[in-house]
Design a protein around this ligand. Structure first.
Ligand SMILES: [Zn+2]
Length: 97
């Protein structure tokens, strides 16, 4: 049985392109506080801490981000997600300036 820890064979770019990831924001790997699954989500700039020394998305790191609310399809409701990684590689792939 799957434990929900699906690190292998993940296609992060495909997850980001999924509507479930959201429309705008910084690509992050985040963990759902409800069910514990990790998915790619877009975190808006609202999730950047005021204490952060940068607002450049390519320079952001996990400590710069707060938890954010996002729909979890497994929980079937909006839940809190904790960022676990900033996917700056995907960000650069999109050609953000
Ligand atoms: Zn969930």
């Amino acid at each position: 049985m799957s434990s929900g820890l699906e690190h292998a064979d993940r296609d992060l770019a495909a997850e980001l392109e999924s509507p479930a990831a959201g429309q705008v924001g910084i690509p992050v790997d985040a963990i759902c506080t409800g069910c514990g699954q990790i998915r790619v989500k877009r975190a808006t700039l609202k999730t950047v801490r005021e204490s952060s020394t940068t607002t450049d998305p390519t320079e952001l790191e996990v400590p710069d981000l707060t938890s954010f609310k996002h729909v979890c399809h497994r929980c079937q409701t909006a839940t809190w997600w904790n960022p676990v990684a900033v996917l700056s590689g995907l960000l650069e792939r999109e050609g953000g300036e």
